[in-house]
Design a binder for this molecule. Structure first.
Ligand SMILES: *[C@@H]1O[C@H](CO)[C@@H](O)[C@H](O)[C@H]1NC(C)=O
Ligand SMILES: *[C@@H]1O[C@H](CO)[C@@H](O)[C@H](O)[C@H]1NC(C)=O
Ligand SMILES: *[C@@H]1O[C@H](CO)[C@@H](O)[C@H](O)[C@H]1NC(C)=O
Length: 453
């Protein structure tokens, strides 16, 4: 089964790693970078930037929040259907082999961790597929509380169905996220009285990409273009060094496949998000450097699938952005806000594409397979941009006769640097951009396939 040539190459690697002074086993049990696990980083573990508050508070000191438009990714979840099937297929046999390797004196795992793997069984089953995990309940609950405490005049009030608009997608986890968010905001007593809407599909504001045939064809299912950089990175030296190091640390005499490595990495990330105080045995074979490579490997996927990597991704969220504008301009025209809160619960793709439409966190150069080292301090990192429960909020402030709009990311004010001056935007300044967006936004036109002749 195993190609002789691969075995030979592997022994060369093994030799370099183990015997030329690179301390292969010393990296076992490196600290797991819990805030850098790409889109499977738990919300409480994610990095947040709280450095803009002073400037922000100064800008809005004569203003009062009138309306909040929130876009929240669902919280920490169980694996989706496909992921769960793959993990259940791959991992038990990998665990068995790792234990066998250990019993034959190979690999670097400590005894107690081998024992963990000896008994290992996936800590989830078919009924958990796609659902929010308990950590996700806590995340959304605390985000609900956070906004209630930030703007108590809007949210520390008795629930009134006419003052709040809630929407989520047909995926169970976003409805569950809405539920726990509202529980955090209005309390356990009120939650039973809140009626949630039936989710609808298509949803052009929260899941526009799914109903965009052109995006599905040109981006999502365009293996050739979209996944090119990632494919090249997978066969490149950084990723291959991870494959070989992880395989060797687990005592394999031949390198595991990239798919096996990814499954080990995924299980490590899930278990870390669910149980941050336990150390998952599946995280042990990765060194600090390996985790950075794996994060970049993830970033290369999302960057081209949902962000600046492809021009179409700059357009797809235009209707979501129009929705913010229409709520805010209605409030301004009316002289009062009909809704105090418009709360939306969706997915990482929604967050990424809305951010891309807004020009947020645009990197100085594209992420590519050959600039990993240069991009070490890139601003575009999935771990930072879309951990579980990632959220973007837009707040309309009334300031006397004037208006401002604040942008919040993970509850912290951030500048919309490409669209306006300051940490918050003067309404007149952002308004013209919003108008442009609305004028040019036509999803049926944008998403039409042009080559169906
Ligand atoms: C959503 O999750 C809840 C809680 O686990 C479950 O009771 C419900 O049946 C799920 N619904 C769907 C459509 O999966
Ligand atoms: C994607 O494209 C690459 C390069 O053309 C090819 O080697 C690979 O088999 C393709 N994968 C799928 C799933 O189509
Ligand atoms: C959007 O584009 C479609 C297709 O080109 C067109 O038929 C429709 O009138 C446009 N809608 C608006 C509001 O301009």
């Amino acid at each position: 089964m195993i190609h002789k040539q691969n075995v030979a190459i592997f022994f060369v690697y093994y030799f370099i790693l183990c015997c030329l002074g690179s301390p292969l086993c010393e990296d076992i049990g490196s600290e797991t970078p819990i805030s850098h696990l790409s889109t499977k980083t738990a919300y409480f573990n994610a990095d947040k930037d709280d450095t803009n508050w002073e400037r922000f508070n100064n800008e809005v000191k004569d203003c009062k929040a009138q309306q909040v438009w929130l876009l929240n990714r669902h919280g920490t979840r169980y694996p989706t259907g496909n992921d769960m099937d793959r993990l259940v297929r791959v991992l038990p046999s990998v665990a068995k082999q790792v234990v066998a390797n250990y019993d034959q004196g190979r690999g670097c795992l400590p005894d107690k961790d081998v024992d963990n793997l000896r008994d290992w069984f996936p800590p989830y089953g078919p009924r958990d597929k796609e659902n929010l995990q308990e950590m996700g309940f806590d995340e959304l609950y605390s985000i609900g509380e956070y906004w209630r405490d930030l703007y108590p005049h809007l949210f520390n009030v008795e629930y009134d169905p006419y003052k709040f608009k809630v929407d989520f997608t047909v995926k169970n986890r976003t409805g569950q996220s809405a539920y726990h968010f509202m529980r955090g905001m209005f309390g356990d007593d009120a939650i039973g009285t809140i009626e949630f809407p039936e989710p609808h599909s298509p949803n052009f504001i929260l899941r526009f990409y799914k109903s965009c045939p052109r995006w599905l064809k040109e981006v999502y299912r365009n293996n050739e273009t979209t996944y090119k950089e990632r494919r090249l990175f997978t066969s490149g030296k950084e990723f291959q060094s991870v494959v070989h190091a992880v395989s060797a640390r687990l005592g394999f005499l031949h390198p595991l496949t990239p798919a096996q490595i990814e499954s080990i990495y995924d299980e490590c990330r899930y278990e870390t998000a669910w149980w941050p105080l336990r150390k998952s045995a599946w995280c042990l074979p990765f060194s600090t450097y390996d985790f950075e490579v794996m994060e970049y490997h993830q970033d290369l996927k999302y960057y081209y699938e949902d962000s600046y990597g492809q021009p179409l991704n700059l357009e797809t969220a235009c209707q979501a952005v129009s929705n913010i504008y229409s709520h805010f301009s209605n409030s301004i025209n009316l002289g009062r806000a009909k809704f105090s809160g418009i709360f939306n619960f969706a997915h990482d793709k929604t967050i990424f594409q809305v951010m891309t439409r807004l020009g947020l966190f645009r990197p100085s150069q594209h992420l590519r397979h050959d600039n990993f080292a240069n991009m070490k301090n890139r601003v575009w990192k999935t771990s930072y941009l879309s951990p579980f429960a990632a959220n973007l909020a837009f707040v309309l402030f009334g300031c006397g006769d004037d208006y401002r709009m604040g942008t919040f990311f993970q509850g912290q004010p951030i500048p919309l640097a490409e669209k306006c001056e300051g940490i918050s935007c003067h309404w007149e300044e952002i308004k013209s951009w919003f108008e442009d967006n609305a004028d040019t936004c036509n999803l049926s036109k944008l998403c039409m396939l042009h080559d169906e002749l």
